[in-house]
Write a protein that binds this ligand. Sequence first.
Ligand code: AMP
Length: 194
Amino acid sequence: MTYKMIVLMGGQGAGKGTHARRLIDEKGYKYVEAGAILRGLPTTSPVAQIMARGELVPDEDLFKIIGDAIQKVGASDMIVDGFPRTIGQAQWLVKQYSAKYDIHVLYLNLPEEIMLQRIQNRIREGVGRADDDNPETVRRRLDNFKKTTMPAVIWLQTAPGIKFSDVDVSEFEFESNYAKVCNALKITPKTATR
Ligand code: AMP
């Protein structure tokens, strides 16, 4: 049996974490969350300093960290969130794992104005993260996404041996976006109770 690897890509405010948590809740997938693993490293580490500036951590560091996390999950369906973010990472993921897992990349697509609105909302509601607070850091992360991650998304659209779906998640209501994600994955969402 080949297990599923659902790869969530998208800019800030695309709802990668929220979608992931809901899918995990409903389907029991294992979770590999790049940002959370990196945030767990000591604050004095060079990686933590790179993250605080809103810059991308070097690919080589990610390969080791994500490779270990995927190995730990092993034989199970999983969601990978926040990785890949560069063409190098995308190519590495496909090369390492397309024979072992059914990889399905979901690009959570939304316009930049909505990304910015959602980050503002996160800050206002007090659920923002340390790297949401500084407008310069937010800007840098948006620019990184456009300049560095979008080329990876484009490469993955036609990459061999994987599935790719472009999912519009610009609706105001989370449930509407979640329904589209489930539709792309060909799974049935549970009726919202929250
Ligand atoms: P996230 O929680 O996914 O928004 O990630 C927070 C920060 O962790 C990013 O702004 C980057 O500094 C770093 N990071 C997370 N994932 C990656 C990745 N795949 N490649 C490089 N840096 C990453």
